[in-house]
Design a protein around this ligand. Structure first.
Ligand code: SF4
Length: 283
């Protein structure tokens, strides 16, 4: 830590790149615990549309003001993101068991790396201009981000300006961050920021919902299968059906006349066949 990055009280300064207010809660508490004087830097040209950017910014400004946290937030620079990052494209949804999972993950990683780089390079430049020797990021709170890449990009950006970094991994505290941000009444978005991430998040939610539905219907079918078997249906019903057939054949044999005889099974075969057929159709 450079001497010129000490505040008047002798406390080491750190510039924290902040992606949004909810994600800043846990990192801020750790940095305070470690005795660092934090300058927050809200620079997120990745957030689309601009209304959403504004909403997240206003949430952060209110939150930082309530904490007395010094911060800076340059104007929205969406064009920068378009030039440097949008070229990597998307959407690349990460859907478990999908044949596209590995390719999508690699493509998304390339795009997100460029996105981290753009934001951290700006953070490093601002830190250097202000004589702050260390930078960090709130992004590692999210289990949806590439944490190793975040730390690597942070180190890379810091090195270009002769700074150091704090390489954290706050993912273990994600649930706590969600609970605390709800308690604080902070606006919480449901996608990372760019337009691709909005589509990816939606596709992934749809896939998770479908997987949950399938899981529920499997569980229901297993339960019904067990109950049916325990109450004498299922396999038991076919045993019962074949016993009835045998019995009916016996009765027919005994009652053989030249007159047509009503079938002793009456409507029952169709009943049993129907039950068995329904079960198979569900499987
Ligand atoms: S998903 Fe998030 S980190 Fe990745 S490119 Fe989009 S906004 Fe940037």
């Amino acid at each position: 830590m450079r001497a010129d990055s000490l505040s008047k009280t002798g406390t080491p300064d750190l510039l924290l790149h902040v992606c949004c207010a909810p994600c800043s809660i846990i990192p801020l508490s750790f940095l305070a615990r470690d005795g660092l004087r934090v300058h927050a830097f809200y620079f997120n040209p990745n957030i689309q549309p601009q209304d959403e950017y504004q909403r997240r910014l206003e949430t952060f400004v209110a939150w930082a003001s309530s904490l007395g946290l010094p911060f800076s937030a340059p104007d929205y620079q969406g064009l920068l993101w378009e030039e440097d990052v949008a070229v990597f494209g998307g959407p690349y949804p990460l859907i478990a068991n999908s044949p596209d999972y590995a390719a999508n993950r690699a493509a998304r990683l390339r795009r997100c790396s460029a996105c981290y780089r753009l934001r951290f390079e700006a953070a490093a430049r601002v830190a250097a201009e202000r004589g702050i020797a260390c930078i960090a990021s709130t992004l590692t709170i999210s289990p949806y981000q590439f944490v190793e890449t975040i730390n690597a990009e942070l180190a890379r950006a810091a090195a270009t300006c002769g700074l150091s970094t704090r390489e954290d991994d706050f993912r273990a505290f994600y649930s706590e961050a969600v609970a605390l941000s709800r308690q604080a009444g902070l606006y919480r978005q449901n996608y990372c920021g760019c337009r691709f991430s909005a589509q990816e998040a939606e596709l992934e939610r749809v896939a998770r919902r479908a997987a949950r539905r399938e899981q529920r219907s499997n569980t229901k079918r297993d339960t019904e299968g067990r109950e049916s078997s325990e109450s004498g249906h299922g396999d038991g019903s076919s045993v019962l059906f074949s016993e009835k057939l045998t019995a009916a054949a016996g009765v027919l044999q005994e009652n053989r006349t030249d007159e047509p005889s009503p079938c002793p099974l009456s409507d029952e075969p169709s009943l049993y066949l129907h039950e068995q057929g329904s079960g198979d159709a569900d499987r």
